[in-house]
Design a protein around this ligand. Structure first.
Ligand code: FES
Length: 147
């Protein structure tokens, strides 16, 4: 199975049935990276020891909760949909579900979906490259609402 096919198989379906970008991408140095699209976060050991960290990009379009769970890496928005608090990296993790430490909303870090059907967190690609954990940079999204 080639790498592209493996990546495609990792795609999951959103709660509303639409396709999402791969929630996790662990690749090796064969992949050519565009450094402008990824943030260099830490070493795998650092993340494995803590289990999760919060990544705050310079432009602060979003804050990212980066998780190491059962040998895999996952990245979702760190901002809880309930009160817009950036706390999810501090939540307890059970299987692939992180529980917000403030009021217990829970999200699957593989998909970003709330397990209570209360919306979805953005997911970000994670890449292991030359001994570093890289995470996809959040992109600015113009508001979808209009007056
Ligand atoms: S802020 Fe996360 S559940 Fe309330």
């Amino acid at each position: 199975m080639n790498r592209a096919t493996q990546e495609e198989e990792r795609e999951l379906t959103n709660q509303n049935g639409s396709r999402k970008a791969p929630f996790r991408t662990v690749v090796d140095a064969v992949v050519v990276l565009d450094a402008t699209e990824f943030l260099d976060v830490c070493t795998p050991d650092e993340l494995q020891q803590s289990g999760s960290i919060c990544v705050v990009p310079e432009d602060q379009e979003d804050e990212i909760g980066l998780f190491y769970i059962q040998g895999e890496y996952f990245a979702v928005s760190n901002i809880c949909k309930h009160n817009q608090r950036s706390v999810l990296h501090e939540g307890a993790v059970c299987e692939h579900v992180v529980e917000c430490p403030l009021h217990n909303w829970r999200y699957d870090v593989r998909t970003g979906n709330s397990v209570h059907n209360k919306g979805s967190l953005k997911t970000y690609r994670v890449v292991l490259h030359e001994g570093r954990v890289l995470v996809e940079k959040p992109q600015y999204e113009a508001p979808s609402w209009t007056f």
